[in-house]
Each structure stands twice: as structure tokens, then as C-alpha cells.
Design a protein around this ligand. Structure first.
Ligand SMILES: *[C@@H]1O[C@H](CO)[C@@H](O)[C@H](O)[C@H]1NC(C)=O
Ligand SMILES: *[C@@H]1O[C@H](CO)[C@@H](O)[C@H](O)[C@H]1NC(C)=O
Ligand SMILES: *[C@@H]1O[C@H](CO)[C@@H](O)[C@H](O)[C@H]1NC(C)=O
Ligand SMILES: *[C@@H]1O[C@H](CO)[C@@H](O)[C@H](O)[C@H]1NC(C)=O
Ligand SMILES: *[C@@H]1O[C@H](CO)[C@@H](O)[C@H](O)[C@H]1NC(C)=O
Ligand SMILES: *[C@@H]1O[C@H](CO)[C@@H](O)[C@H](O)[C@H]1NC(C)=O
Ligand SMILES: *[C@@H]1O[C@H](CO)[C@@H](O)[C@H](O)[C@H]1NC(C)=O
Ligand SMILES: *[C@@H]1O[C@H](CO)[C@@H](O)[C@H](O)[C@H]1NC(C)=O
Length: 281
């Protein structure tokens, strides 16, 4: 088929493909945000400028650290990248998050924003080291499993060992998967992660809370995720993370600027085709 193209159109096809790949790889996928605690700037004249300085300092950390916390200037903050994302993706995600959170929660004392690849939060109240399971965001696939009225044994079998083991690891992040078997059970993939400001026992109880919530809301569904400030849990019948020990491809040269429309279309296409429904607390 390529033989039918002249070298110039082949080259432009190649560039288009590379552009598509690099833009979908590096563009973070926004999920949701919550703002709370109205902040009266007249009482705290420096709040806006302190916050914006803090956020740009967080953004500058993200190329080297997948987690960072800060408590300067009377504002407590942290960000966390998903355990499998590259430094480059982490940086891109946090950079976008610091801008979006300012746009969405301009004059609020507390805010949190989630992406597929990272999360960022800040507050005038000290939350560092405190396990928080709300506000929480619950997203589930609208499609039912083959036996929606029974416990989802496939999900439980995959997630429970992770909840028991992962809190005691350094990164507090882990994934597992199981291949489809002849009895008709599907491929399954699960991911758990805690924010590394909390300790192992808090991490474990945070994950147990979310797992209970998942059993209440989502046992009939083929895929779901629950995102809380201190931990998160996700289960799907397709691979949605980078498998461990697979080297993350590093682009040799910066690719062309991503074309905004294309990556947005891709994002929406994924969301619509999976038919997500979102439940808020
Ligand atoms: C965010 O702050 C604004 C301005 O202070 C306030 O009007 C709004 O109610 C706050 N939002 C929430 C959810 O607290
Ligand atoms: C902020 O607080 C000051 C002093 O307490 C008050 O005069 C002002 O009306 C408040 N502004 C808002 C937007 O609430
Ligand atoms: C990526 O980040 C890790 C820490 O999360 C650091 O050890 C490593 O040096 C970074 N890699 C590059 C290429 O900067
Ligand atoms: C902003 O930072 C200054 C010091 O740089 C501090 O005095 C002030 O209290 C901070 N403002 C708030 C709202 O925390
Ligand atoms: C953040 O990324 C989204 C696409 O995911 C983009 O539409 C938006 O303009 C970006 N925001 C900023 C402030 O860069
Ligand atoms: C974990 O932190 C909590 C406070 O959030 C504390 O009560 C608990 O003792 C800590 N557990 C361990 C094992 O350090
Ligand atoms: C999914 O299963 C639940 C529980 O049996 C049932 O109430 C619901 O109608 C089903 N939804 C779909 C889309 O099949
Ligand atoms: C699935 O699990 C196997 C064995 O634990 C592992 O080798 C493989 O990398 C995993 N695949 C993914 C996508 O996590």
C-alpha cells in the first residue's frame, strides 16, 4: 500500500502518525475536580500570589519527582503521579493541573483535581499525613458483567491481594492482571495507589474503604474506578496502565506540537465508547 504513495506523501503520513502517537501519549486526560472553602482575598491579601507561586514551584518539581508535598506560605499542597507514568508525562500532567486548578478554583481555600495520570490538591487546612476518603469520585462502566447479581469474584480475587500488599511497599502503588480462562472469565486488570504522605496502615484502611464502596456500587459492572484524596482503586477488562518493567519509550527528539483537536477527539471517543457514568458523593 505504501508503494502507491510518492515519497513526500509517505513522509507526511509518517509525520501525521508520529504526531498522533506523541500527542495521545503526552496529553493528560482530565477527570474531575472539586473546590471548597470560599477564600476571602481581602483578609489574606497575599493568598492569590502565594498560591500561584506555590503551584509553579510544584510544577517545576514534577520532572524529577512523581510525588511532592509542600507546606510553605500557609498553604498545604501535594501532587502525585500514577505509579507507571514517565517523568515526562508526570511533568506534562502536573503542569496542566496547576493551571487548570487555578482556573477552576480561583478563589477557594481547598481544591483537588484528578487526571488519569496524576492528581494535585491544596488547602489552607493541614491535610498532610491525614487519610481522607472524601470527596470521592466514582466512575463506572455502564455495561454489566455476565452475572451482575453475584459478587464479582474476578475483581475481588485481583484486588484483595493488592490491598494487603501494596501499602507496605515504598511507592504504595501496584497493579495486577489475570488472563481470560476457559471458564469464560475475562482478562482483568487492577490498579491501587496511595498518596505517599500517609502511612502504611492508613493506606490500607483507605483502600479497604474504597473497595467496600466498590462492592456496593459497582460489583455488577465490567469496569470502575474510585478516586479519593488519599488513595485510588481501578478495575477494568482491558489494559489501562503501563505494565511493570516494560521500558517506557523515550522520544529521541521533541515531536511536533500536538494538534489540540485531535487529542480531544480521542479522549471523547474513549469516554463515549466506554459509556462511563459518573456518581458523585
Ligand atoms: C469557591 O470560592 C468562591 C469565592 O470565594 C465561592 O463563591 C464559592 O462558593 C467557592 N466554592 C465552593 C464549592 O466552596
Ligand atoms: C472579605 O472580608 C472583608 C473584611 O472581613 C469584607 O469587608 C468583605 O466584604 C469580604 N469580601 C467578600 C467577597 O466576602
Ligand atoms: C525520573 O524520576 C526519578 C524519580 O522519580 C529519578 O530518579 C530519575 O532520575 C528521573 N529520570 C530522569 C531522566 O530525569
Ligand atoms: C503569604 O506568604 C507570606 C510570606 O511570604 C505570609 O506572610 C502570608 O501569611 C502568606 N499568606 C497566606 C494567606 O498564607
Ligand atoms: C490542559 O490540557 C487540556 C487537554 O487535556 C487542554 O485542553 C487545556 O488547554 C490544557 N490547559 C492548559 C492550561 O494548558
Ligand atoms: C499512622 O498515622 C496515624 C495518624 O494519621 C497514626 O494514628 C498511626 O499510629 C500511624 N500508624 C503507624 C503504624 O505509624
Ligand atoms: C445490570 O444489572 C443490574 C443488577 O442485576 C440491573 O438492575 C440492571 O438493570 C442491569 N443493567 C443493564 C444495563 O443491563
Ligand atoms: C500480567 O501479569 C503477568 C504475571 O504476573 C506479568 O508478567 C505481566 O507483565 C502482566 N501484564 C500486565 C499488562 O500488567
Amino acid at each position: 500500500m505504501f508503494l502507491l504513495l510518492n515519497p513526500t506523501s509517505f513522509l507526511s503520513l509518517l509525520i501525521t502518525i508520529i504526531t498522533l502517537i506523541s500527542s495521545t501519549a503526552s496529553q493528560p486526560t482530565y477527570t474531575y475536580h472539586f473546590c471548597s472553602d470560599p477564600q476571602n482575598s481581602t483578609e489574606n491579601t497575599n493568598y492569590d500570589s502565594n498560591l500561584s507561586a506555590l503551584l509553579s514551584s510544584l510544577s517545576s518539581k514534577a520532572s524529577l519527582n512523581s510525588f511532592y508535598q509542600d507546606s510553605s506560605n500557609g498553604i498545604y499542597s501535594l501532587y502525585l503521579c500514577r505509579g507507571d507514568v514517565s517523568n515526562n508525562t508526570c511533568q506534562t500532567c502536573i503542569n496542566n493541573a496547576t493551571k487548570e486548578i487555578q482556573r477552576q478554583c480561583a478563589s477557594n481555600g481547598t481544591a483537588i483535581i484528578w487526571y488519569d495520570e496524576c492528581m494535585l490538591r491544596y488547602s489552607i487546612k493541614n491535610f498532610l499525613g491525614v487519610s481522607q476518603t472524601s470527596p470521592r469520585l466514582l466512575m463506572s462502566n455502564t455495561q454489566n458483567t455476565t452475572s451482575p447479581d453475584e459478587k464479582n469474584i474476578d475483581a475481588l480475587a485481583l484486588i484483595y491481594p493488592l490491598i494487603v500488599e501494596i501499602p507496605y511497599t515504598k511507592m504504595m502503588y501496584g497493579t495486577d492482571n489475570k488472563s481470560a480462562s476457559h471458564d469464560g472469565s475475562p482478562n482483568t486488570y487492577a490498579l491501587v495507589q496511595c498518596s505517599r504522605d500517609i502511612n502504611s496502615s492508613n493506606c490500607r484502611s483507605c483502600l479497604e474503604d474504597l473497595n467496600e464502596a466498590a462492592n456496593r456500587c459497582c460489583k455488577s459492572k465490567i469496569g470502575w474506578r474510585i478516586l479519593a484524596p488519599s488513595c485510588s482503586l481501578r478495575y477494568e477488562e482491558y489494559e489501562f496502565y503501563q505494565p511493570p518493567s516494560t521500558p517506557v519509550p523515550v522520544p529521541s527528539a521533541p515531536g511536533p506540537e500536538p494538534v489540540p483537536g485531535e487529542s480531544n477527539t480521542k479522549t471523547w471517543f474513549i469516554k463515549i465508547s466506554e459509556r462511563w457514568s459518573i456518581h458523585l458523593p
